[in-house]
Design a protein around this ligand. Structure first.
Ligand SMILES: C[S@@+](CC[C@H](N)C(=O)[O-])C[C@H]1O[C@@H](n2cnc3c(N)ncnc32)[C@H](O)[C@@H]1O
Length: 209
């Protein structure tokens, strides 16, 4: 069991320089998907290789993982993948990140840290203020995907997003993955573990209206 990183620590108040989309990607005009809490980025490497018509951006709070992922991107000369280190909420709220929202078509929160104790709920990545910020920043039609194996965390995330007037739930059975950021329904590392261990997965998709 790894120790969760406390995102509210003052270590994350300072954020790194956010490069322009032209610096991040070979073709900055492609649709952009953002994965929040991407860990070592394996999910995004898989996606970027099979689906070169999208750009993928991962944000992760564990610095070593981001350093290694960035090195791998350079070594493999992948042009549609970029990683940023830090607390996702601080990074996206920063004025430097404003331009990113013009291109973001979707965001995923895959198996976020659950922070089981009530006094630690404020460390969960999805917070009402963050969702309000996303509602004000995302373009109409942008999608949010949430997935977890922790029912209590799912209920909390679903409540926090659904109570924001600007996000409407999409029925998964009506959703066409082939046109999404994940046309081949690639699985994250945690998702593979959960499937192998026959645990439940709770997921939902929201659209910004
Ligand atoms: C349980 S892991 C899931 C990793 C991956 N998404 C998956 O499905 O396999 C959650 C990840 O989110 C990262 N994380 C937690 N809070 C974060 C935050 N506020 N900003 C960015 N990353 C965060 C953690 O460090 C960890 O790598």
């Amino acid at each position: 069991m790894r120790q969760h990183v406390n995102p509210l620590s003052s270590n994350f108040n300072q954020i790194e320089r956010i490069p322009s989309l032209i610096e991040m990607f070979g073709d900055s005009k492609l649709n952009l998907h953002l994965d929040i809490g991407c860990a070592a980025g394996e999910f995004l490497f898989d996606l970027a290789l099979v689906n070169t018509s999208w750009n993928y951006l991962g944000i992760e709070i564990r610095e070593r993982l981001v350093k290694n992922a960035k090195l791998k991107v350079v070594e493999r000369e992948i042009k549609n993948l970029y990683f940023i280190f830090g607390n996702a909420s601080n990074i996206l709220n920063d004025v430097q990140s404003k331009f990113i929202f013009k291109n973001i078509k979707s965001i995923s929160f895959n198996f976020p840290d659950p922070w089981f104790k009530k006094r630690h709920y404020k460390r969960r990545v999805i917070q009402p203020e963050f969702i309000k910020f996303l509602a004000n920043s995302l373009q109409k039609g942008a999608l949010i995907f949430i997935k977890t194996d922790v029912k209590d965390l799912f209920d909390y995330m679903d409540y926090t997003i659904s109570r924001n007037f600007y996000f409407k739930t999409i029925d998964k059975t009506d959703f066409n993955y082939s046109e999404s950021f994940n046309p081949y329904e690639v699985k994250t590392n945690r998702e593979k573990y959960v499937i192998n261990n026959q645990l439940n997965i709770f997921e939902r998709i929201y659209i910004k209206i």
